[in-house]
Ligand binder design. Structure first.
Ligand code: SF4
Ligand code: SF4
Length: 104
């Protein structure tokens, strides 16, 4: 699993860099985030949850039926909207609440 950062949407806030437990994310010369060691990403999704600019896409592994499907997260207060986008453009959104995370 790995992620891809869309430089068009990245505003260089650095939040993803701060939370990556593997120190895999850095800023380029334009101050935008990029993943330096994609093969070392273990898909914890921490960076995904921090980005409010729809700049990080997470590639779902083939072992869980990914087949090109990506995942991104939008935040609204304590609500997280997990958006799955299939290669054919179909979108599925699942809402979770961070205050109820112990219930999932
Ligand atoms: S959290 Fe999103 S907008 Fe901020 S630096 Fe990372 S990719 Fe860019
Ligand atoms: S998914 Fe986790 S390990 Fe991979 S780049 Fe994001 S924060 Fe780092």
């Amino acid at each position: 699993m790995s992620i891809k950062i869309d430089l068009k949407n990245c505003i260089g806030c650095g939040k993803c860099i701060e939370v990556c437990p593997g120190n895999l994310l850095y800023k380029n010369q334009e101050g935008k985030a990029y993943i330096k060691y994609p093969s070392q990403c273990w898909g914890c999704a921490s960076c995904l949850k921090e980005c409010n600019n729809d700049a990080i896409k997470y590639f779902l592994g083939i072992d869980i039926g990914g087949r090109g499907t990506t995942l991104s997260v939008k935040k609204d207060g304590f609500n997280l909207y997990w958006v799955f986008e299939k290669p054919n453009g179909e979108r599925i959104t699942i809402k979770t609440n961070q205050k109820e995370s112990n219930n999932y």
